[in-house]
Design a protein around this ligand. Sequence first.
Ligand code: GLC
Length: 424
Amino acid sequence: MRILYPFILSLLLFISSCSRPRELTFMVGGSPNELLYWEKVIGEFHEKTGINVKLIRQPTDTDQRRQGIVIALRSKSRDPDVFLMDVVWVGAIASSGWLEPLDSYIERDNLDLNKFFSRVVDEVDRYRGNVMALPVYVDGGLLYYRKDLLAKYGYTAPPETWEELLQMAKKVQARERRKNKNFWGFVWQGAMYEGLICTFLEFSSSFGGGITIDSTGRIVVNIPQNVEALKFMQDLIHGYKISPPNTYTELKEEEVRLIFDQGNALFERNWPYAWGLHEKNPELKDKVGITKLPHRKGKRSASTLGGWHIGISRFSDVKNEAWEFVKFVTSYEKQRDFALNLGWNPGRVDVYADTVIEKTAPHLVLLKDVFENAVARPSLPYYSGVSQILQKHLNSALSLSETPQEALEKAQNDIDEFIKKYED
Ligand code: GLC
């Protein structure tokens, strides 16, 4: 009998594991309406497949989301099985060996990768030739503006250059302030977090600079065009005073979106998700326009490539179920639902030709080229370290603790040092 005990025990464990309802854990963050939407999606997935999905909620801030996922993966935890990753950390997570390559699943189910933005799949989702993730949505920075207010002050079109934006914002802010002292010309993300890198990349690229990697592999941030762009960002707050003083202490995506939603701003820099929310706001209905971000006269508009990708943990014990979920979320139907309900830009190109999208979300079709030409942040295994250094110095310039020149010189030195240490 004694010999039989271990056998019976394993049998019982086996039976109980077989009868356990299959459950997936899915880690995702976002704004409150996005999290609510995910609940609906997992309900539909359950109905279709019988697979339960447990949502592990995360905040909106990408840096905090990264931390949550990295902590779980570093400890080889089985949860989460599947998660969304910011475009900017897919490379690092893949190079740590924490992602399940998707090629065999893609092949088995004949998933056509050509349906997705191929530049995005090639540059972001592939690691050493293998597909490690798929794009759920692509993001790009956009300019939102109040059509009604521009018309009220005699402007027939939104600004194309930063000089025009400045002129319009100064005039409209001064006049609107007479009845609304909380009114601002232009709101954008300047707090110390990843979003500041995105706005800086847009300002600097549209001034003719950017964050580049030279032929020796060095990340270059300290160039005159970038100094000029950072000075402009600083001036928006402290010189022209068309952006609020809490830009550098508090303003992230949702804070910026709320200022605009409350009718307290003429221009807003944000991602496409804000469109759906502004449209749902009865106070703003039909008053909001969306266009490319401005550029310095003689230069070109730039939008940072953002977006979120779905991948499966290598430590998951329900990889097949996780793959079913990946397929569901990246399917034509779901991508169309995301676009229509959340304003997200599909990671699939085929959805842009959908007649329903053309009718109800024309801005997505109109701005497709913005996403195809968006500027990417450097894709490096140690990107988050570089980002933190840059965030710190950019934010110091915005708070006037460093001059733009000093900020970029220090950032350059610290980045060089950091990379040297990383490579040693
Ligand atoms: C958005 C973008 C993401 C970016 C983040 C910065 O979520 O999709 O790529 O890193 O904003 O706040």
